[in-house]
Ligand binder design. Structure first.
Ligand SMILES: Cc1cc2nc3c(=O)[nH]c(=O)nc-3n(C[C@H](O)[C@H](O)[C@H](O)COP(=O)(O)O)c2cc1C
Length: 189
């Protein structure tokens, strides 16, 4: 695994009210090719799994507080693991794996600027949470991503159709980490 990292800027403060965001939230599957800025990406990631307390607890709840699910990012410049405590992206592979994250049925995924990948840690530490509670953890995270995206003027789609184990291998994740869910996003077309 390489050590190349990108330091992300601090997340933005969202101005949309929660009521407005909930009313406006919807699935969008059509995007322009405009990249998502690092400030917007940082905000999306923080809302999805940002650490809010000294004990490491996050914006989202977690079964047994195991925090079994973490977030990776697929972009044209590679697959990245988000380090929440440092707010950095750590390069897993420079390969563009956006298209490889679907099972082929979603052409828009190939060019959408960002796909967040929710990755489950499958180790004895997290055994009590798997499989169902880990999926629920990922569900709370994807709703946070939807709401954050809405407040940022971005669009996105939750994707259960993920080529999990194969994608994990291509992302060069350790065998104990499996992609289970995605959120593909960009600027609405
Ligand atoms: C668990 C889950 C899995 C989903 N998987 C996919 C998917 O693989 N592909 C897709 O296009 N949409 C997927 N969606 C999005 C739903 O199709 C969408 O939320 C639904 O049509 C309702 O539309 P709305 O989000 O605009 O309210 C998924 C949503 C959830 C909650």
């Amino acid at each position: 695994m390489t050590t190349k990292t990108i330091e992300l800027p601090a997340p933005r403060e969202l101005k949309m009210t929660l009521t407005e965001a909930l009313k406006a939230r919807k699935t969008i599957r059509s995007f322009t090719t405009e990249p998502i800025s690092d400030a917007d990406l940082s905000t999306l990631l923080w809302c999805t799994a940002g650490i809010t307390r000294p004990n490491g607890k996050r914006t989202v709840p977690s079964c047994l507080d195991l925090r079994t699910v973490s977030v990776c990012v697929l972009r044209a410049d590679g697959a990245w693991r988000w380090n929440a405590s440092k707010n950095t992206l750590e390069l897993l592979t420079p390969e563009d794996l956006r298209a490889a994250s679907t099972m082929g049925q979603h052409a828009f995924v190939d060019t959408a600027p960002v796909t967040l990948v929710f990755v489950v840690e499958a180790t004895p530490r997290t055994q009590m949470a798997r499989p169902h509670w880990a999926y629920l953890d990922a569900g709370t995270m994807v709703e946070a991503a939807y709401l954050a995206g809405t407040a940022l003027g971005l669009g996105g789609v939750a994707r259960g159709s993920v080529a999990g184990p194969e994608l994990g291998k291509r992302m060069k994740l350790p065998a104990t980490y499996e992609p289970v869910f995605c959120f593909t996003c960009g600027h609405p077309a």
